[in-house]
Design a protein around this ligand. Structure first.
Ligand code: HEM
Length: 520
């Protein structure tokens, strides 16, 4: 039987009407859903969190896309935390990544000390550069524990740091010579390059048992590789937060990482090969505590033995971490010396009184150079090389911080810069006053979160003592040998603008005069 359809049933208006209604309902639902989504404190990634307990941590509802592409994310995040009264803990989203950040010592300590945050999120660049097999990004577990144990014993032990004093001193004197040469050629020096090369050479010797001349041969190649790695690890990579963009590699990060890994494998592989050949020829004599780190890793036995690929990752990471941080810290300190001649003079008179006028400063003098140590501390406070502690933490399971529930997979950060610039924590935080540490000898090794430039807890920087030993000695040598003065065209000032890449650098590299002082 044919249904008795009225022609109106076949009219386009009739057919479209329910579809239109459906569309309208769908749009309203979508709009409401998106509206609700964007109202969740912390933004989209928090709204999409599968966790049943919604954390209700204060924070901006919009995604912070611009913050990490800017020059000073630590400042932007500190300002935001204040505006939300969220210094203890602030939630935010970047793409689909959920973040919390603490800008206050107590909560920071809770995060860094918690086993729940003992992992690190592995960025695409870190993964591609094979850093997930090195200590800094290895998942919290047996492999990571083993690497920490081996390096604590053979790379960072007090005996070993002391054992390398001679070479550290030599590197400092090489820097002094290089600075004199540059001064005679150009009448001013861009210090970063010299400091970077010194720091690189120092780590190369402890790790690879090799040193290079300034600006020549393989040393130049190595510097190029290290610089490219910094660039890649420092880049804000959209693929890390928008997984769909991953395969497009819009910024070319993956392509550049793969090309770098090939070169690093060849460079480091050759050094490992040289060590193996020495062994075959019987030229290697094991020296407990003083062998270079390649030999230490080659000496590992049985279940601890690393594959060659893992060895390359571990060795490369050490070169990487030990170079930039120390060079950048010293560049900031020298900038401060130029800006504050009275502080510089006080440090020099301390060195002169400890060493007299006929002796070069050495490691043994550092414990007596109290004011110089205060200068280093104050520089770490005002210009922390890792203002966001460089490498974030990842919640391995659901964690409670204070009374807030933080779901597994959340990235946790500490804004150390915000803490060290908070007037509730530090008097006159913007001022460079080393004297504050003469009265209050705050520990900077990770127990007191008012000033923890090396982080804290299980994943605290294992190279902190080595980094400080180098910074103290080289600063003493640079102050013993030179007066640091502003360049002629600078009106006596130094541009202290910052730029956070992998570490917090001077946006405009320091260029000044190193005027020789009369020493031995
Ligand atoms: C002024 C010098 C240095 C500063 C300011 C610095 C800072 C830091 C910071 C903030 C962290 C993260 C800590 C955390 O998550 O709690 C770190 C980790 C690390 N640092 Fe340093 N560092 C310095 C020197 C060095 C040196 C000289 C080396 C080695 C040669 C080194 C090797 C490492 C490694 C391997 C890690 C990862 C540790 C892990 O995840 O288990 N650092 N550093």
């Amino acid at each position: 039987m044919t249904p008795d359809f009225h022609p109106v049933f076949f009219s386009p208006e009739f057919i479209n009407a329910p579809i239109l209604t459906l569309h309208a309902v769908f749009c309203v639902c979508l709009f409401t859903f998106l509206f609700m989504l964007f109202l969740v404190p912390g933004g989209v990634a928090w709204a999409l969190s599968k966790s049943s307990a919604k954390p209700n941590i204060p924070g901006p509802v919009t995604a912070l896309l611009g913050v990490f592409t800017g020059l000073t994310p630590h400042r932007a995040l500190a300002k935001l935390a204040r505006s939300y009264s969220a210094e203890k803990l602030m939630a935010f989203s970047i793409g689909l990544t959920r973040f919390v950040i603490s800008s206050e010592p107590e909560t920071a300590k809770e995060i860094l000390g918690s086993a729940g945050f003992a992992d690190r999120p592995v960025k695409e660049s870190a993964y591609e550069l094979l850093f997930y097999r090195a200590m800094g990004f290895a998942p919290y577990g047996e492999y990571w524990r083993n690497l920490r144990k081996i390096s604590a014993l053979h790379l960072f032990s007090p005996k070993r740091i002391a054992g390398f004093e001679g070479f550290r001193c030599e590197v400092g004197l090489k820097m002094v010579e290089q600075l004199k040469k540059l001064m005679s050629e150009k009448r001013e020096v861009e210090v970063k390059k010299v400091l970077h090369f010194g720091a690189l050479n120092n780590v190369m010797m402890t790790v690879f048992g090799k040193s290079y001349g300034f600006y020549e041969g393989e040393g130049v190649e190595l510097e190029g590789l290290v610089n490219e790695g910094y660039e890649l690890l420092g880049v804000f990579n959209w693929s890390d937060h928008f997984p769909l963009l991953g395969w497009l590699d819009l910024q070319g990060v993956r392509k550049r990482c793969r090309s770098l890994v090939e070169k690093v494998n060849a460079f480091v592989g050759k050094i490992i090969e040289e060590h193996k050949i020495k062994r075959v020829k019987g030229e290697y004599v094991k020296d407990e505590g003083m062998s270079d780190f390649v030999d230490v890793l080659l000496d590992l036995e049985n279940e601890n033995k690393l594959s060659e690929a893992d060895m390359i990752a571990v060795l490369w990471e050490m070169i990487f971490r030990g170079t930039d941080t120390v060079a950048i810290l010293l560049e900031w300190i020298l900038a401060r010396m130029v800006l504050h001649p009275e502080i510089q003079a006080k440090a020099q008179s301390e060195i002169d009184s400890v060493c007299g006028s006929s002796r070069l400063v050495s490691d043994a003098d550092i414990p007596n150079l109290r004011y110089l140590q205060c200068i280093v501390k104050e520089a770490l406070r005002v210009h922390p090389p890792g203002p966001l502690l460089s490498w974030a933490r990842l919640a391995v399971h659901d964690v409670t911080v204070g009374d807030k529930h933080i779901p597994k997979g959340t990235t946790a950060m500490v804004n150390m810069w915000a803490i060290t610039h908070d007037e509730r924590v530090w008097a006159e935080p913007e001022k460079f006053i080393p004297e504050r540490f003469v009265e209050d000898d705050v520990s900077i090794m990770g127990t007191d979160l008012r000033l923890a430039p090396f982080g804290s807890g299980r994943r605290v920087c294992p190279g902190k003592a080595l980094g400080l030993a180098s910074a103290h000695l080289w600063l003493a040598q640079l102050l013993q040998n030179f007066n640091w003065v502003a360049s002629d065209d600078s009106d006596g000032t130094v541009d202290l603008a910052e730029r956070l890449k992998l570490s917090m650098e001077m946006k405009k590299p320091l260029s000044c005069k190193a005027v020789s002082r009369v020493v031995v």
